[in-house]
Design a protein around this ligand. Structure first.
Ligand code: ADP
Length: 171
């Protein structure tokens, strides 16, 4: 399902954060999630980084949702766009897959994604939408057992439109 809106008010059980490797918050959706979720999320992120170091692109970790309606926040680091021949699509696929696998581990039913990598990280929205939708559709078909609802919460009309076009080409 595609929605235009703000992911911080999503009522999914888990929301996904397009984080950066330091997990220290930042701009874009990352800043919005930490502002709305309060300091507990950042505290947990700091503990994770102390334990396992910075999070590489394509990986994901999970924290509680703090003050958010969502019970969990899954933080994943998408790839920075360097023109398309630096493994960007593979890393973006991995970000979605690792997030979905963490949701399965926690027996989560519903999950909301933002458009990972298409803001500050510069990944073209339509190209990212194709990767995102294909990865989620395949996961739901072949691997999901608890996850039964995936929502893309897209912040601006251009991104929403890119996902709509990409979705219409898949189904
Ligand atoms: P990245 O660094 O992975 O590119 P950004 O946060 O810069 O992440 O952007 C990713 C996408 O998230 C962009 O399309 C941006 O417009 C969008 N975004 C920003 N704030 C929110 C929000 N509150 N809810 C959903 N999406 C958001």
């Amino acid at each position: 399902m595609l929605l235009e809106g703000d992911i911080t008010i999503s009522s999914s059980e888990a929301i996904v954060n397009a984080a950066n490797s330091s997990l220290m918050g930042g701009g874009g959706v990352d800043g919005a999630i930490h502002r709305a979720g309060g300091p507990a999320i950042l505290r947990e992120c700091k503990q994770i980084v102390e334990k396992q170091g910075k999070l590489p692109a394509g990986k994901a970790v999970i924290t509680t949702g703090g003050n958010l309606k969502a019970k969990y926040v899954i933080h994943t680091v998408g790839p920075v766009w360097h023109g398309g021949d630096k493994n960007e699509a593979k890393l973006l696929t991995s970000s979605y897959r690792e997030s979905l696998k963490l949701a399965e581990d926690k027996h989560i039913g519903s999950i909301s994604f933002p458009s990972i990598s298409t803001g500050a990280f510069g990944y073209p929205a339509y190209k990212a939408a194709k990767v995102a939708l294909k990865t989620v559709v395949l996961f739901l078909k072949d691997e999901a057992s608890s996850v039964n609802k995936v929502v893309f919460v897209l912040y601006d009309y251009n991104t929403y439109d890119a996902y709509q076009v990409a979705l219409s080409e898949i189904i």
